[in-house]
Design a protein around this ligand. Structure first.
Ligand SMILES: Cc1c2[nH]c(c1CCC(=O)O)Cc1[nH]c(c(CCC(=O)O)c1C)Cc1[nH]c(c(CCC(=O)O)c1C)Cc1[nH]c(c(C)c1CCC(=O)O)C2
Length: 330
């Protein structure tokens, strides 16, 4: 079961390892059952519940890794930022970031002791199956804080970035420290791989990414001693820079074929590429896409099979199980 770690280091594997972003969540009836009546952020603070939810997709699908059940905003809440996760919307911030006085406080490891506890329970229960720890990258976290919630164009975020670059860098530097602390807690407790989610970095040009974002993501990635996956959506123009930021594995959405991505990330492993929407198509189409991705992934030194973004809540979980079986058989 060490195939995911081997692939992340570019070593030979027995089969292509597979997991799914958002593999724990509303696509699973057993998740909806244990989450009934428990608000999202509250569920992240209960170690036993976190352990159960994280294990559900491992039991059901036989994936090659678990990913901690939590959220990118959990360390912000723990540090004292007033925000909530609203169902069907996402994170909503009470007072969006405007001035230096709004800088989030630093995060002390004790403030996320519930994460430490959950990861310890999990690594015991998982045995050989690796646990992926994760955090949000500074740009994606900053976007939520500045916009006040999910955003299509990130216009307030970019206005701050271009108009007050010193304040922008101060915000991202603080977020990078929070993210690093959150990841270090997970690694110390037993997470053996991490994924840094810069989900919305694709909104930037490569030049702006390198100037305003990359130094902060690098600050985090360079200080991590376990294999690092660096993921974003719509990042065709950023794949080279996201690798250079300090990743062992670069996440790819469904818009860029994996062989093209492999050539752009310079000797690093790649992850992803199956369009989450394809899971709603007839099985013949799913199978054709899975086979294409596994074949194209061979041009990289390592390949971790995944979707190009998270599992959608309406996805039939039986299709996910079938994808795992198919990937393992190829
Ligand atoms: C942008 C982002 C967020 N959270 C996350 C990201 C980066 C990944 C990405 O790009 O999707 C990261 C995240 N959020 C969650 C995980 C769990 C691990 C996994 O299985 O991947 C991970 C890795 C659980 C969650 N985080 C959230 C849910 C759904 C809440 C629920 O089940 O009630 C889950 C399972 C809430 C959340 N939190 C966020 C959104 C957009 C939402 C969805 C809101 C909704 O559709 O209701 C912010």
């Amino acid at each position: 079961m060490g195939e995911l770690l081997k692939a992340s280091r570019g070593e030979r594997v027995e089969h292509v390892p597979v997991w799914f972003m958002r593999q724990a969540g509303r696509s699973l009836p057993e998740y909806r059952q244990v989450r009934a009546g428990v608000p999202m952020l509250e569920s992240c603070r209960r170690p036993e519940l976190v352990c159960e939810i994280t294990m559900q997709p491992v039991r059901r699908h036989g994936v090659d890794a678990a990913i901690l059940f939590s959220d990118i905003v959990v360390p912000l809440v723990a540090a004292g930022v007033d925000l909530d996760i609203v169902g069907g919307v996402g994170p909503v911030i009470a007072e969006p970031f405007r001035t230096e006085a709004d800088l989030p406080p630093a995060l002390a490891p004790e403030q996320v002791s519930f994460v430490d506890e959950a990861v310890r329970l999990l690594t015991k229960e998982l045995g050989e199956v690796p646990l992926i720890g994760f955090a949000g990258a500074p740009f994606t976290l900053a976007s939520y804080l500045v916009e006040g919630g999910p955003s299509k164009h990130h216009e307030k975020t970019k206005a701050l970035m271009y108009g007050q670059p010193e304040l922008w860098h101060a915000l991202c530097a603080r977020l990078a420290e929070i993210t690093l602390t959150f990841l270090q807690v997970q690694i110390a407790a037993g997470a053996s791989v991490i994924q840094l989610f810069d989900s919305w970095a694709g909104a930037l040009s490569e030049a702006d990414y390198r100037t305003y974002v990359m130094p902060h993501s690098s600050f985090v990635l360079e200080r991590i001693k376990v294999p690092r996956i660096h993921f974003g959506v719509g990042t065709a123009q950023l794949l080279t820079a996201m690798g250079e930021a300090g990743a062992d594995v670069v996440g790819v959405d469904w818009r860029t074929p994996l062989d093209t991505a492999a050539a752009l990330v310079g000797g690093r492993a790649v992850q992803g590429n199956l369009d989450p929407s394809v899971l709603f198509a007839p099985w013949e189409v799913v199978e054709r896409e899975v086979r294409r991705i596994v074949a194209e992934g061979r041009s990289a030194p390592g390949h971790i099979f995944n979707l190009g973004h998270g599992v959608m809540p309406e996805t039939d979980p039986a299709v996910l199980t079938r994808v795992v079986e198919l990937v393992h058989s190829l």
